[in-house]
Design a protein around this ligand. Structure first.
Ligand code: OSB
Ligand code: MG
Length: 369
């Protein structure tokens, strides 16, 4: 495909409710959208880098800069044989995974359209619908959190994930178990602890959690291995798994027993599929994480989650969990059995509403051959 033009947009959308984690509180969703024109087709991707480098090192500014200066110019007017070829060619640009992933996703959208296939099929997906859960932020009180859990269980979500941090861990988990019994429950610390806090995790071990996500520092595989050895509950790594080599190292060291795959964090859908395949070969379950994506990033995540080794419920919720109005129409909805249907149209398979994209754009630039 010959790349004719690339459009970059920074998007800002009010979240329906603030989302608080151990690293900060977000009231607005901020990301970049990448729109590629190639061979007469148009593809879209989302780079979920926000205002501040709190989840990882990237921001919407750094992603914009790297896309504008280093990732987009070499493509303009050139033949790009495949999304994988783009990914391989971008390896020499160090890191900046979200920036790369946004552009790669747009190329995948186009590649799937060229073959007349839904993206899920092109990636090797098999499932028509995927099991999903909801990720709940830190609330002012445990009672407020319990109301949110009740609300989402009532809507049909079958798995609840709660954010934890020191001082907000054992008590909310215990109260959820007391009130809601044997639901599928997991916690996510976003790196807020160190090994000296092992006693907290041993206490959490009693609650029969599906997994404990990213308890320790993102670059500390050794301490994660030491903690995992003391727990029954599987540790799941999110921030630590930045590429396939990290996944390989984590599994070899016993630093986790489950991996959260976010295509944006690992540098794109190609890397995400590679990690999926590695884990599958080793009998390690994976699940699809989320970054509060708009319908555009969510559609790519749904396609990815249809691959066979995504066996735990995804952090992929309906559009109305995040936004009053999504960028796609119809929005993503939850089926009564707690699943979301994987789009079956060609490419991303969702209808992007230009007027809504325009309305939420705070910065835009076009690059042409
Ligand atoms: O750690 O999984 C995380 C959102 C932003 C940044 C990091 C994380 C999250 C979530 C939300 O947990 C998942 C979702 O998109 O619903
Ligand atoms: Mg996480």
């Amino acid at each position: 495909m010959r790349v004719e033009a690339v459009e970059l947009r920074q998007i800002e959308m009010k979240l329906r409710a603030p989302f608080e984690t151990s690293f900060g509180r977000e009231e607005d969703k901020v990301c970049l959208l990448v729109r590629v024109r190639a061979g007469g087709l148009e593809g879209w991707g989302e780079a979920p880098a926000g205002i501040a480098p709190l989840y990882n090192e990237e921001t919407s500014e750094t992603a914009w800069s790297v896309l504008e200066r280093f990732l987009i110019p070499p493509l303009l007017g050139k033949q790009v044989p495949s999304p994988q070829a783009f990914a391989a060619g971008a390896v020499h640009i160090r890191r900046h995974h979200m920036a790369k992933a946004g552009l790669e996703a747009a190329l995948w959208d186009i590649a799937a359209q060229r073959q007349g296939l839904p993206l899920s099929r092109l990636l090797g997906g098999e499932r028509a619908a995927v099991s999903v859960g909801v990720s709940l932020g830190i609330e002012p009180t445990v009672d407020a959190l319990l109301e949110r859990v009740a609300d989402y269980l009532g809507r049909g979500y079958r798995r609840i994930k709660v954010k934890i941090k020191p001082g907000w861990d054992i008590e909310p988990t215990r109260r959820i178990r007391e009130r809601f019994g044997d639901i599928l429950l997991q916690v996510d610390a976003n790196s807020a602890y160190d090994l000296a806090d092992a006693a907290t995790f041993k206490a959490l071990d009693a609650f029969n959690l599906l997994l404990i996500e990213q308890p320790l520092a993102e670059d500390d595989m050794v301490d994660h291995a030491a903690l995992q050895a003391q727990l029954r509950t599987p540790i799941c790594l999110d921030e630590s798994i930045v590429h396939e080599r990290a996944a390989k190292a984590a599994l070899q060291l016993g630093a986790c027993r489950v991996i959260n795959i976010k295509q944006a964090r690992v540098g794109g859908l190609s890397a995400a599929v590679a990690i999926h395949d590695l884990c599958r070969a080793q009998g390690v379950p994976v699940w699809c994480g989320g970054m509060l994506e708009t319908g555009i990033g969510r559609a790519a995540n749904l396609a990815l989650t249809s691959l066979p080794n995504f066996t735990l419920p995804a952090d992929l919720s309906a559009s109305d969990r995040y936004f009053a109005e999504d960028l796609i129409d119809p929005p993503v909805t939850l089926n009564t059995d707690g699943t979301i249907t994987v789009p079956t149209g060609v490419g991303l398979g969702v209808h992007i509403v230009p007027e809504r994209v325009e309305r939420h754009t705070v910065r835009m630039a076009r690059f042409t051959a």
